[in-house]
Design a protein around this ligand. Structure first.
Ligand SMILES: Cc1cc2nc3c(=O)[nH]c(=O)nc-3n(C[C@H](O)[C@H](O)[C@H](O)COP(=O)(O)O)c2cc1C
Length: 335
């Protein structure tokens, strides 16, 4: 890794201006480890409910603990009560996390019903109470994950600007902003123009963009065009750790490496599957790994046929047999 500073959150320094996003149901230790191996300098956990983390037995579960070999790593938390969020932040830092990310972006209906996540974008003062409570108890860098408002009404935009202004004034280390509203969820294109406006209005603040990051060269262009400090890679990293290798190459002005061949894909897919097996019972591991496989398979010339086979595989040996069958040059139907 070079000693260049590309992105800085307080004391935490990254040598490239991107990292892996929080991805609920995906960004566990295994996905983070594979991303790191392919050039990702830092990654976030998927969102953890602050209230659950208050239970020491839950927090002690291996899935909530950072790996010894994965620093720096950030924990993302979500909740509504400032004291609960503060306790979760403090306990997660004590457990070894290097950074706390506050989720004010989640659009899931069950989250919004409890007025957590993205719902707080409509309540700037309640949101700021959480920020202050967390700042009071931890010394590590603090990020905030936002969307560009709750919905597209003018009042939502006013709340968004109030939150941006107040959190920067409060000294939050960086704002990570997804260029869609909460009600938009994942529909339409992310609006990077408004993200560029945030950076223009607050040039000294660290503003990290999110939304539709799939193409390495286009993303680095986008970053330069908008003047933002960095971006996070989310859906584009699922089943695709190579995106970090490619992004790093573009950022460092090297040619983008050749895409991974079937043998390289096979090795990573098998490793990922075996890692998942270590943490879950076989049946559960296979179900969980399917989500990743759907994305790994995107690179395969016979994606549909491979996935039909994969979905029928019911035990470890069958999954391995599918991978062995399709991830060789002489896969069924190869020309
Ligand atoms: C399956 C899935 C799970 C996500 N989980 C989280 C999460 O736990 N915390 C969070 O802040 N954002 C979460 N996001 C949002 C992403 O971090 C990111 O902001 C969003 O997907 C936009 O980036 P993209 O278009 O490049 O995927 C999730 C997105 C997806 C698709």
């Amino acid at each position: 890794m070079s000693d260049r500073v590309s992105l800085k959150f307080g004391s935490l320094i990254l040598d490239v201006p991107f990292f892996q996003a929080a991805l609920s149901g995906y960004s566990d230790y295994n996905m983070r480890a594979l991303a790191r191996r392919h050039g990702c300098p830092f990654a976030l956990t998927d969102v953890m409910l602050a209230k659950s983390m208050a239970n020491p037995k839950v927090l002690a579960k291996p899935c909530f603990q950072p790996g010894d070999d994965e620093h720096p790593v950030g924990a993302q938390i979500m909740g509504r009560t400032p004291a609960t969020m503060a306790k979760a932040a403090r306990d997660l830092v004590a457990a070894g996390y290097d950074l706390i990310d506050l989720n004010f972006a989640c659009p899931a209906p069950k989250v919004l019903r409890r007025r957590r996540g993205g719902a707080l974008l409509a309540e700037p003062s309640a949101l700021m109470d959480i920020v202050k409570a967390v700042q009071d108890v931890v010394d590590c860098p603090i990020l905030m994950k936002l969307r560009i408002g709750f919905d597209s009404q003018p009042e939502s935009l006013d709340c968004f600007w109030e939150i941006v202004t107040r959190s920067i004034e409060a000294g939050v280390d960086a704002l990570v902003i997804h260029g869609r509203t909460v009600t938009q969820r994942y529909r339409g294109q992310a609006d990077w123009d408004i993200l560029a406006t945030v950076k223009e209005r607050f040039p000294d603040a660290t503003i990290v963009g999110s939304g539709d990051i799939f193409d390495p060269a286009a993303t680095v262009d986008l970053l330069k065009r908008t003047g933002l400090d960095g971006f996070i890679v989310a859906r584009g990293a699922i089943g695709n750790p190579w995106i970090f290798r490619d992004l790093r190459a573009v950022w460092e002005n090297h040619p983008i490496p050749a895409p991974p061949d079937l043998a390289e894909q096979r090795a990573i897919i098998l490793e990922h599957f075996h890692r998942v097996l270590e943490g879950h019972h076989e049946k559960k591991a296979i179900g969980y790994f399917r989500k990743f496989m759907v994305n790994y398979a995107r690179r395969h010339p016979k994606r549909k046929k491979l996935l039909i086979d994969f979905m029928l595989a019911a035990d470890r040996a069958a999954v391995e047999a599918v991978i062995d069958t399709w991830y060789v040059d002489a896969y069924p139907g190869a020309d």
